[in-house]
Design a protein around this ligand. Structure first.
Ligand code: PGA
Length: 261
């Protein structure tokens, strides 16, 4: 049994007041839904306003990054402890934009995953190949290395709390969504990597998301795939139609049977 999840990644968008307004509007459309875990990952300065806007609803609030040290001389950084103190429940780790523009490495990703788990914050670990790696046909190799590196020293008992998001870099923000069969293949492969490391049971219980140009039109086909348990959504999560995207995804995934709780 594994969880379905839909996470919005608002990236560096919305002033706090607008973020709160957007979250409140989203909440009105989503309130009664409990077929999937729903998370909005918002900029640090919008965490509190969005939490206030969502108070009492099923929607969780996540951050988009965190430092792995508790405190210290790391100007401009935010620690997991600080997020925890604010009531943050989820955090994106290793998003490709952080790897690409901010020097995030497999090592720092690993340290952040471990720290998030220690603090009982759900890490949403992002992995995915670049266009160049895709052309070279080394997607599986890249995914295997990224996943194994990120999960070093993550014990079996903690693994159930790790969510993995497969986000091919070439599909992020480009409008070029992966073919459902290709996304399924990659997510299935990630599950095999988990299985080799942690066994069948953990692999079957791990939530694996797809991200990269998901919208309300392609959601049904993507989320009907067996090994895709939901989505990490950027651009489309900032639109009023995000709730429709989630509905479409959930409706499509219920055809997969009762592997979920
Ligand atoms: P996108 O972004 O949906 O805009 O492609 C996804 C992400 O960056 O998580």
């Amino acid at each position: 049994m594994r969880r379905r999840m839909y996470a919005g990644n608002w990236k560096m968008n919305f002033l706090p007041e607008d973020a709160a307004k957007n979250a409140a509007e989203f909440r009105n459309k989503i309130q009664t839904m409990n077929a999937a875990e729903i998370v909005l990952c918002v900029p640090y300065v919008s965490l509190k306003p969005v939490m206030n806007a969502l108070e009492g609803s099923v929607i969780k609030v996540g951050a988009q990054n965190m430092h792995y040290e508790e405190k210290g001389a790391f100007t401009g950084e935010i620690s997991g402890e600080m997020l925890k103190a604010m009531g943050v429940t989820h955090v994106l780790i290793g998003h490709s934009e952080r790897r690409q523009y901010f020097g995030e490495t497999d090592e720092s990703v690993n340290l952040k995953v471990l720290k998030a788990l220690e603090l009982d914050i759900t890490p949403i670990l992002c992995v995915g190949e670049s266009q160049e790696q895709r052309n070279l046909n080394i997607t599986n190799e890249v995914l295997r290395l990224q996943v194994n590196h990120a999960l070093q020293k993550v014990y079996t008992k903690d693994m159930e709390r790790v969510v993995i998001a497969y986000e091919p870099i070439w599909a992020i923000g480009t409008g070029e969504v992966a073919e459902p069969k290709d996304a399924e293949k990659a997510c299935k492969y990630i599950r095999t990597v988990i299985k080799n490391k942690y066994g069948d049971n953990i692999a079957n219980n791990t939530t694996i998301l797809y991200g990269g140009s998901v919208d309300e039109n392609n959601a049904s086909d993507l989320f009907a795939e067996l090994n895709i348990d939901g989505g990490l959504v950027g651009g489309a999560s900032m639109k009023p139609s995000f709730s429709k995207l989630i509905n479409n995804g959930i409706r499509a995934s219920t055809t997969k049977g009762d592997d979920y709780y």
